[in-house]
Design a binder for this molecule. Structure first.
Ligand SMILES: Cc1ncc(COP(=O)(O)O)c(C=O)c1O
Length: 419
């Protein structure tokens, strides 16, 4: 692992980029989309695949696999603050949410409450399963650009009355990138007797977790986004009382009273799960809690710089922002999906990978900050967006100007790394 010259802290930015296989010259500012698997974890997965191909029957033996899954559970459980046997591995957050939804028998008149920031895939599952049974999905619009927690709690409280069957809340919303007050929303739902599933697709590896403290009944989190596992690897946690009722969306012959019933859902490649131990070790080698703090600081500094450069705004408060930030784009761009896709493609042609979304009557761009990113990449983005939205007054983005703007806003720029 690359170390900074003379220091114990792991090297970040360009200095550690070779730990991944990113295309040269690509400013990859969208770690949040699908994560990015480090070489060390890919090597472990390749080793496991070779072993599997030498004798698939032995490799996929259910008893042997159970041991491997047990080791993976033990490796990731501390990062979630839960006992190892309370989690199951699923392929992704979508599969975990589907498992929870399919464990209900919805009927006409049932209501499920969520927010309109819910990920499109999860929304589709809600409408298919709940709507398909004649139920209703109530989508509460959170206040936007996102600061008023009381207003959200009030709106959710109203939607839960009378008698919702289930509530599904994002922990970190996909498009806005904001942390939702899930503990408070869960308490509201429970006070009305409504069980809660939390979609924490982005949370493991991005923030420290203590799942029981959140109070929800089920929690789903991807390991392939921010915890460096190979793609196709997520966890589903159920609090002890909720475990017996949840089954995989695809049922096979894995049996048992608890989450081990998720271990076999038909023939598939289990090597992503079996690489979790290496993924957890890699996250630790890159700093663990220190990496998460560094990424959050970088996203904040970069987000502030972009909003200043474009004369626009950042979504949410500093407390609501983590290792991603949504920044409003300048210029009178039409706030629809076609314009967003076109703008994204223009940036991609300039070797910048970053998502653009219409939210609340404007176009917003969501940056991610991961170990391999550095400020120079976001400054390229700032310049490129200004170039593509002519007619906007350009604000100074010199180092002195940024530092002064940072001081005025009361945040601390991330360490002196590769500016
Ligand atoms: C909040 C949220 N939920 C669910 C998903 C879907 O994740 P996956 O495709 O891994 O199931 C995403 C993906 O970005 C997300 O941001």
């Amino acid at each position: 692992m690359a170390k900074a010259a003379g220091g114990g802290r792991p090297a970040y930015g360009a200095e550690c980029r070779s730990l991944w296989r990113l295309a040269p010259g690509l400013a990859y500012l969208n770690h949040g989309a699908y994560g990015l698997t480090p070489n060390a974890v890919l090597a472990e997965q390749a080793r496991l695949r070779t072993e599997m191909e030498r004798d698939p029957v032995r490799f996929l033996d259910p008893h042997r696999l159970r041991e491997g899954f047990g080791a993976a559970r033990t490796a990731i459980a501390p990062a979630l603050g839960v006992p190892a046997d309370s989690i199951a591995f699923v392929e992704n957050a979508t599969a975990g949410i589907n498992a929870v939804l399919r464990s209900f028998r919805f009927a006409p008149g049932d209501r499920v409450v969520t927010t309109d920031q819910t990920h499109a895939g999860v929304r589709a599952a809600l409408h298919h399963i709940v709507g398909g049974a004649g139920g209703q999905v109530v989508e509460v619009p959170p206040p936007w650009p996102g600061a008023e927690e009381d207003a959200l709690a009030e709106a959710v409280g109203r939607a839960l009355e009378p008698g919702a069957r289930l509530a599904v809340f994002d922990h970190i919303a996909s498009r806005s990138a904001l942390l939702l007050p899930v503990e408070r929303l869960t308490a509201l739902a429970h006070a009305r007797g409504v069980p809660v599933a939390i979609d924490g697709a982005h949370a493991p590896g991005m923030i420290a977790l203590d799942l029981p403290r959140l109070g929800a009944d089920w929690y789903v989190g991807n390991l392939h986004k921010w915890h460096f596992a190979p793609r196709g690897c997520a966890v589903l946690w159920a609090q002890p009382g909720a475990a017996p009722s949840v089954h995989p969306a695809v049922v096979s012959y894995s049996a048992g009273p608890g989450m081990e019933r998720f271990d076999w859902t038909g023939t598939r490649d289990p090597t992503a799960v079996l690489s979790v131990t290496e993924a957890v070790a890699f996250h630790g080698r890159l700093g663990g809690a220190g990496l998460m703090a560094r990424n959050r600081g970088l996203a904040d500094e970069a987000g502030q710089m972009l909003a200043d450069a474009w004369g626009t705004e950042l979504a949410g408060t500093a407390d609501q922002r983590l290792a991603m930030a949504s920044v409003r784009l300048p210029g009178g761009l039409t706030p629809d999906f076609e314009t967003a896709a076109r703008f994204h493609d223009q940036l991609r042609r300039r070797r910048i990978q970053v998502p653009v979304h219409p939210i609340g009557g404007a176009l917003w761009l969501r940056i991610s900050a991961q170990a391999y990113n550095e400020m120079a990449e976001y400054r390229r983005l700032a310049d490129e967006v200004l170039r593509q939205t002519p007619g906007r007054a350009r604000r100074p983005i010199s180092r002195a100007g940024r530092a002064a703007a940072a001081r005025a806003k009361g945040y601390t720029p991330v360490s002196g790394e590769s500016r």
